[in-house]
Design a protein around this ligand. Structure first.
Ligand SMILES: Cc1cc2nc3c(=O)[nH]c(=O)nc-3n(C[C@H](O)[C@H](O)[C@H](O)COP(=O)(O)OP(=O)(O)OC[C@H]3O[C@@H](n4cnc5c(N)ncnc54)[C@H](O)[C@@H]3O)c2cc1C
Length: 378
């Protein structure tokens, strides 16, 4: 179930209480600044970070429930939580000291991670990656530019996917490495990128960055590892989207029940009622599909439905984000001009959901995955 369990609900209540001590208002969350470090501090206080970082910290269902719950509260909490997971997921299994330190500091919320895949010529298709990890006489050197990274300009460390350039390779550039790079190292240059959504976006250039053997997680399976991470977290994007949509619907319902126009509350208007009913049905349908998809994508092999887990996983992301977008758009509309006020909750939900339809595999890329599973595996 993506809806939160009692245990998660209690933790979210504690989280809310901790945030309120800092001046954060659950009714108008986006009126208060909340940095990633502040978000991580409260997430750590209530013990939610291991569920993002540790492979044993939580199953898919509880990860979905956590993202759903965090998005209902404040999308910035969700972003801080999930980026710690995405940036460390591929690092497990390495016994190198700098990599282990990275995981442990991300788990405690001491450091902020960034998962660095996208480049100017490699977005939906990562095979176009041009960043290289090249052998030198004394170790390795990293060169290239990653762009549109969450925490790109503010992270403490980067988990970087790069092409391996090593003398003696039969097929140079066919191997991909996964490397941990501290932001403080010489040759790391970064700048913030401004999006329509208030998102901590940035670009980072690695200019002749010296990398030692201990920072390398793999020199062979970097691409496989990065794709596995995206696949593991994919259904959780759908759950996060539904959390945003549920918050938007609650906001719109409250607003319409209280806003008076022409001597009547908006919710007395049959058309307004119909819009809320349609949005609610879309929300409930989206959540039901997501529950099913989470269950099916967690199973091993082909499910009785005849669809591969990967197809369910993509459906969760695709349907979750697409239907949440429609629900949130209706809710913004029902708020009138207030819905576009920069600090209004529904305005934040609107720009946040838009981005979710693009990152971690755009909607049409998910359609391709589902089509391949349906037609190419016959
Ligand atoms: C808010 C946000 C946060 C992000 N955070 C990160 C991050 O932390 N780390 C990171 O590495 N990247 C991150 N990204 C980048 C994101 O992963 C890419 O934007 C995404 O993969 C799409 O790549 P692109 O923008 O280059 O679009 P393109 O690959 O150029 O695609 C453009 C459009 O073409 C269509 N398209 C492309 N390929 C196909 C296909 N095979 N089939 C059908 N249609 C297709 C889709 O409509 C797609 O939206 C983030 C992006 C956003 C918006």
């Amino acid at each position: 179930m993506i809806r939160t369990t009692d245990g998660i609900e209690l933790t979210l209540k504690q989280l809310c209480a901790r945030l309120q001590e800092t001046g954060w208002d659950p009714v108008f969350p986006y009126r208060t600044a909340l940095t990633t470090k502040q978000a991580l501090a409260v997430l750590s206080d209530v013990g939610l970070l291991p569920s993002a970082v540790d492979p044993t910290g939580g199953d898919l269902s509880s990860r979905c429930a956590i993202r759903y719950g965090l998005c209902r509260l404040d999308v910035r909490l969700d972003l801080a939580w999930v980026m710690q997971g995405l940036s460390t997921d591929g690092l497990h299994g390495s016994s190198h000291a700098p990599v282990e330190k990275c995981i442990s500091q991300a788990r405690s919320g001491e450091t902020v991670g960034s998962f660095a895949l996208t480049e100017l010529n490699a977005g939906s298709d990562l095979r176009g990656i041009e960043t290289t990890l090249a052998r030198t006489a004394s170790g390795w050197r990293l060169n290239g530019t990653k762009t549109y990274l969450t925490h790109g300009a503010t992270a403490d460390f980067y988990t970087v996917l790069a092409k391996v350039d090593a003398a003696g390779d039969d097929d140079p550039g066919s191997r991909f490495a996964l490397v941990v790079v501290p932001a403080s190292i010489v040759g790391v240059e970064r700048r913030a990128q401004a999006l329509v959504a208030s998102h901590p976006m940035g670009t980072v250039r690695f200019a002749n960055v010296e990398v030692c053997e201990e920072q390398i997680v793999t020199c062979e399976d970097g691409m496989k590892s990065a794709l596995r991470t995206l696949s593991r977290f994919r259904p959780t994007v759908g759950a996060a989207a539904m959390g945003l949509a549920r918050r938007a619907w609650d906001e719109a319902y409250t607003y319409c029940c209280n806003r008076t126009q022409g001597g009547r509350v908006l919710s007395d208007n049959r058309l307004v009622q119909m819009r809320l009913v349609d949005a609610r049905i879309q929300l409930e349908t989206g959540e039901a599909l997501l529950d099913r998809a989470v269950k099916e994508s967690s199973s091993s092999g082909q499910s009785p439905s005849g669809l591969l887990p990967i197809a369910w996983s993509s459906m969760a992301k695709l349907q979750g984000t697409e239907s949440a977008q429609q629900v949130i758009d209706t809710c913004v509309q029902l708020h009138g001009a207030r819905g576009l006020d920069r600090n209004h909750t529904v305005a934040h939900l609107h720009t946040s959901i838009r981005a979710m339809r693009i990152y971690e595999g755009a909607s049409d890329v998910q359609r391709h995955i589902i089509m391949n599973a349906l037609f190419n595996s016959r």
